[in-house]
Write a protein that binds this ligand. Structure first.
Ligand code: ZN
Length: 337
């Protein structure tokens, strides 16, 4: 992902805040609000009861197992698009989800970056309840970046790095959640989509981004499949220690109703990582989905300190953060209609 900075972004932030009144008036601990002090809200039923009534059962997300999956993926080494390690990762993912009863499809294409040879790329579409035509998606990229270009020392840029929370945490999270899909009370079909070519960037200023999500969105528009996506949640840099997810601006502008739904569920469940305020604007895989008519929000911690650095290792990833996001998104999956 890339982040817009500077004056343009600040102007957009102000516009977003003006158009996002509902975020500012939702009761939420720690929220900075321009509203006058409100009397305390009426007593609610206990949180567990409320959540159970509205959100279906909570799943026993095993964060220790999720972290073991993360280790296993990181041990493959950097997983650049088209590399041997990427092929190994693809095999591992296919085997894992097929064993859990999902359908696994590779959407293959060729990615051609400026000044590079074309490389084979593949999005992976992991399908649960394939018969259902109304569907939702949880997605992440699963390739890793060729250069650790946020390292202050340029001579370190070309060292291999694990990218533990940048893509890999999304894969590990889905590998764990795959054990629980059958226990969820869903009426919509669920797809996990892993995008290739999000990180296939050698020069952050000139190179093309988002090969995989662009390709996915083009195919979706071109072939008009019988199934339609009611919404999509993108996970990126979400599993660090004590993460914060303010509402990313493109998500708010382009998929406001879905953003409201997800952040409200988090507030009900007391998952405080989903912060009730408008955050920065980020270019990420959700943009292509929104262009294709799939409302998509990005759950992202813009302040993850190890982003594109050699220090983005499994030790920086928190099982508790993964579990919190699982609580919110499994509730969303069960409410989705
Ligand atoms: Zn990245």
């Amino acid at each position: 992902m890339t982040q817009l900075t500077g004056r343009f972004a600040s102007v957009l932030a102000v516009l977003a805040i003006l158009s996002a009144g509902w975020f500012l008036i939702m009761p939420h601990a720690g929220t900075t609000s321009a509203e006058p002090q409100q009397p305390p809200p009426p007593a609610k039923p206990p949180r567990e009861q409320f959540a159970a009534d509205r959100a279906g059962p909570a799943v026993a997300f095993d964060s220790a197992r999720a972290l073991r999956y993360l280790d296993e993926l990181c041990k493959l080494g950097p997983r650049l698009s088209g590399s041997e390690a990427m092929k190994k990762q693809q095999d591992l993912i296919e085997k894992h989800f097929k064993a859990l009863g999902a359908t696994v499809e590779f959407q293959r294409f060729t990615g051609e970056q400026r000044n590079q040879k074309p490389v084979p790329m593949a999005n992976i579409i992991i399908t649960w309840h394939p018969d259902r035509t109304r569907r939702v998606m949880i997605c992440s990229h699963y390739d890793t970046r060729p250069v650790a270009d946020q390292e202050p020392e340029r001579r370190l840029w070309h060292r291999p790095f694990a990218s533990a929370n940048d893509g890999t945490s999304g894969v590990a999270w889905m590998m764990e959640l795959g054990h629980h899909i059958k226990d969820l009370q869903t009426t919509v079909g669920v797809d996990f989509v892993l995008f290739d070519g999000e990180e296939y960037v050698f020069d952050g200023h000139q190179d093309r981004y988002f090969f995989g999500s662009d390709h996915f969105a083009e195919e979706y528009q071109k072939h008009k499949p019988a199934h339609r996506y009611a919404g999509a949640v993108l996970l990126d840099l979400f599993a660090g220690k004590d993460p914060h997810f303010p509402v990313e601006q493109n998500s708010l502008f382009q998929a406001g109703a879905l953003a409201q739904e997800i952040w409200k569920i988090a507030a009900e469940l007391g998952v405080t990582a989903f912060v009730n305020r408008v955050g920065p604007q980020v270019q990420d895989d959700h943009l292509a989905l929104n262009r294709a008519g799939i409302p998509a929000v990005d759950v992202i911690d813009f302040d993850y300190p190890h982003w594109h650095r050699l220090s983005d290792t499994p030790e920086q990833v928190s099982g508790a953060s993964m579990e919190q996001v699982a609580r919110v998104l499994t509730a969303w999956l069960q409410r989705a209609r």
